[in-house]
Each structure stands twice: as C-alpha cells, then as structure tokens.
Design a protein around this ligand. Structure first.
Ligand code: TYD
Ligand code: MG
Length: 462
C-alpha cells in the first residue's frame, strides 16, 4: 500500500498548505481548506514525468523552439471557434463549465458530429448511458460513424481505452463523475477532480490529444475546485444563460492561445444549438414600442459590437429602498444611481430600482453607463426615450460623459440595426462628426443628456 501524504487545498484559490487552518493564508477565505490525500508513488511519478530525461536535457532558446506545434483545427461550430480564438489548438486541454442543463453535452456532441469527418473522437460519458447518448446524437443529426463512446467513470479504464482507441480528440463528460480508484474520496471531490484532471492532462500531453473536459458549476457559481483546474488547463470556457430563455453565451475565462474578450452566442432549438451570427438582432427582438425605462447601448465583445437593451423600473419604496440588478454589476449600478441623484437632480435614492439587461447578457463595459442612466431616468420620469434612440458613453462621478473606444464600430452597428439617433460623449465629436446615417447627439454631462432626450432640466439637487 502506497504511503499517503495529506495536504490542505483552498477551494477558492487553490493554495496548498501543510496544516489546516480556518482561514486560507493566501486568499483569506474562511472554511475553504479541504483535505487532499496524495499517494507517494503518484507524487514521484508526477515528478519524474515532469522532469523528463534529465541526462539528455538541453536548454533551448525561444528562437529555436518549434512553432509548428500550435496547429489549430476548426470545431465546425463558428461561435465555438470564435471563443477559442480561431479554432482549438491540437494537444490542448479545454474545460467547458456551466450550470447543469445549460447545454454543454449538446455543444460537445454537435462538435463531435462536425469533427468526425476527418478526426477520430472518443466520447467518455459518465453521466448518460450509451443509449441516451445515441438518442441525443440522433436528435442532433450526428451520424457518429467515427465517434467512439465509452460509458465509464473509472479513470484507469478511461486511460486504458484512450490507449487502445488512439483517438485525436477526447471528451470527458463530466469531470465530476470520473474517479480514481486509488483515491478514497468520493467522485466530484476536490481530490478526485484534481488527480483525474492531472492524469488526463498527462495522457493528453504524452499522446498529443486534444481533450475537452466538462465541469459543472457549483452553487457559488464556479467549477468545483475552480482555481485548481484553472491552473492546469489551457482554456476555461463558461457556458452561461438563463434556462428559461433559449439564448446561451459562451465566454472564455482563460485562454492560453487567444483573447478572452470574445463571446459566442447560441440559441437552443429543438435540434440542438444554433450559432447566432447577428446577436444584436436577437437581443433586440421583442422590444416594447415607445415604453419608458428602456434604452439600447452598444458594447464591444472582442472584435464584435453587440447591441444590448437595458431596462429599468423605478418605483416608490415601501420600506427600505431596494436595488436589484441583472446583467450589470451591483456596485456600478449603485454608483450610477447616486450620480443620477446628485448630478442629474432626480431623487432616485428613495426609490426601489430594478435594472435588467435583456437576453442574459452581462454588461461589464463602462460604455453601457449612459444607457443605464437614461433608462433609469426614463422610468423615473415615466417618459419614453423613443425606439429609434441608442446611447453609449462612460459616466464619471462628476456626472461627466467620458469617451469610449471603437466608436465607428459601435455607430456602424447602431445604424445597421435601424436606429436614427444616438447620444454620444461630446469629447468624441471631432472623430465621428463625419458619420452618416445617424443623428448624433453629443453630450458633456448626465444633466445635458437628460435635457436632450427626456426634456428634463436639472433641478435643485440635494
Ligand atoms: P445538456 O447538453 O444535456 O446540458 P448539460 O450537459 O450542460 O447539463 O442540455 C440539456 C438541455 O438542453 C435540456 O434542458 C434540453 C435542451 N435541449 C434542447 O432544447 N434541444 C436539443 O436538441 C437538446 C439536445 C437539448
Ligand atoms: Mg451533460
């Protein structure tokens, strides 16, 4: 029996310590240190394989390194390729995370369907039976002539099957269901996830395999043992969306081979996921006509401008004023409401304010500030902004409207979607005044923006 060493690993930051403590010494989180048992032969095996053959080891210069190693292949799903940075890199380990039922298995099985024409794929399913997988493949129209299926959860058997089948691509669905018999803890525990991912990674690197690993998100909103996995894998992609709507967004949280700014937009239909090439059109569909409390903004995700509708509902507070935000950072929303009160002269501080971004999008970009403020003001005053109006610009604490990047890209998308007027920061006027097809409304401050589009003059502020 191999000797075991115990370490304690933080589930939040992945930091390892020899002794247990109530608080993680690295990130300061409480009650996050979990016991991890490492067997000594496993540790020595890992150490020797990472050292390689030390006798023949020769250091190389960057200029001598072989760049042909980074060979990309298209997954055949355009939005997936976009998020990966133009396709998956052969030999990489990609983690696809998301809440249960969001569509991870569907996405990967659809990808297998388009890859099987010129690549051999092994789909390891620990969650579904072979029959369930076959039914899903039929529903998705995947022929599956070259997709090998293994309904297995034991890591030794999975590694042995990979050795026998010698595939180009392996899917592990999901990492929470596989387990290593040598480790006593239950499948899905931090120890199991960590050791199994390590073994998969070693097998993948030794054989030049590309591996897609599915990881379910735990209730804190991160893949169980998040940082432990993020350190190991090459790409971490999150599949997000409201289960009640059909739209899904794929986002890269880490990508060793590309940008993490790009998003992929999908629609879940009856025959699987459909790529949405024109997200703006989708996110704006069903907009109410001339209704107060809604404003459209343009954000830039990677290389693509996307129009997003911000909705706000401001009502008199019955008890303590409440704030609810969906798709926009809570602190940012609180700041914008304070600016609106102090610099715009609208007493929104005593009101309940609900802010929602349509389609499950999240607006991290400050460019959406102006639209958010206008939506709130429009709801407070109960005056519509008009369906032909869009706005973008960052709002500062003095109520000033600051410039943003990618101006022509944003204006182009706004005009393409049929808008007629756009509120912009006055600072960028010289750069965009030649732009045809839109009436541009340059504004310097929140008060000026409200006066221009809501006819609201600034009143005495508190
Ligand atoms: P699934 O890929 O099983 O989710 P995950 O692997 O992330 O847990 O997706 C399951 C959901 O997708 C389920 O609620 C049904 C829906 N779905 C469709 O709407 N259409 C389809 O063609 C398929 C295969 C699934
Ligand atoms: Mg699944």
């Amino acid at each position: 029996m191999a000797k075991q060493k115990t370490i304690y690993c933080c589930t939040e930051c992945g930091n390892e310590t020899a002794n247990w403590a109530g608080k993680c010494p690295s990130c300061g989180a409480w009650n996050t240190l979990t016991e991890v048992k490492l067997s000594s032969d496993r540790r020595s095996r890992a150490a020797s394989s990472s050292r390689g053959d030390t006798a023949n080891y020769r250091l190389k210069r960057i200029s001598e390194l072989d760049t042909t190693a980074e060979i990309r292949f298209r997954t055949g799903i355009s939005e997936f390729d976009r998020v990966l940075g133009g396709g998956a890199v052969a030999g990489s380990l990609i983690l696809v995370g998301g809440a249960p039922g969001i569509g991870k298995s569907t996405l990967l099985l659809q990808m297998c369907g388009s890859l099987e024409k010129d690549r051999k794929v092994l789909y390891v399913t620990g969650e579904e039976s072979e029959r369930q997988l076959k039914l899903r493949a039929m529903r998705l129209g995947v022929d599956g002539g070259k997709i090998y299926v293994l309904a297995e959860t034991d890591m030794d058997n999975i590694i042995a099957a990979i050795g026998r089948a010698n595939p180009d691509i392996v899917i592990i669905d999901s990492i929470q269901t596989v387990s290593d018999a040598e480790i006593s803890s239950a499948p899905g525990s931090l120890t199991q996830i960590r050791e199994c991912t390590m073994r998969i990674m070693r097998t993948a690197k030794d054989n030049g395999l590309t591996v897609f690993v599915v990881g379910h998100i735990n209730k804190e909103g991160s893949i169980a043992g998040p940082k432990v996995l993020e350190h190991m894998v090459d790409c971490v992609l999150y599949f997000e969306g409201e289960r009640s709507t059909s739209f899904r967004i794929l986002r890269a949280a880490k990508n060793r081979f590309g940008s993490t700014n790009e998003i992929g937009v999908f629609e879940m239909a009856d025959k699987g996921l459909r790529c949405v090439e024109n997200p703006s059109e989708v996110f704006l569909s069903g907009r109410p006509e001339n209704s107060p409390g809604t404003c459209v903004s343009c954000i830039v995700e990677g290389s693509r401008p996307i129009l997003a509708e911000v909705q706000a509902l401001v009502t008199p507070a019955n008890y303590n004023a409440a704030r609810r935000c969906n798709g926009i950072d809570y602190n940012r929303a609180a700041m914008l409401l304070a600016v609106l009160e102090k610099r715009g002269g609208l007493p929104v501080g005593n009101c309940d304010a609900y802010i929602n971004v349509i389609g499950g999008l999240s607006l991290d970009e400050p460019a959406a500030d102006l639209a958010t403020i206008l939506a709130v003001a429009s709801s407070f005053l109960d005056r519509p902004l008009g369906t032909d109006l869009a706005a973008f610009g960052e709002v500062g604490l003095s109520g000033e409207i600051r410039s943003v990047s990618s101006l022509n890209q944003r204006l182009g998308e706004i005009s393409r979607l049929g808008f007629k007027r756009c509120v912009i920061p006055a600072h960028v006027w010289d750069e965009v005044k030649q732009f045809k097809g839109l009436e541009l409304i340059p504004v310097k401050s929140v008060a000026e923006a409200m006066a221009a589009v809501l006819g609201k003059k600034r009143e005495q502020s508190c």
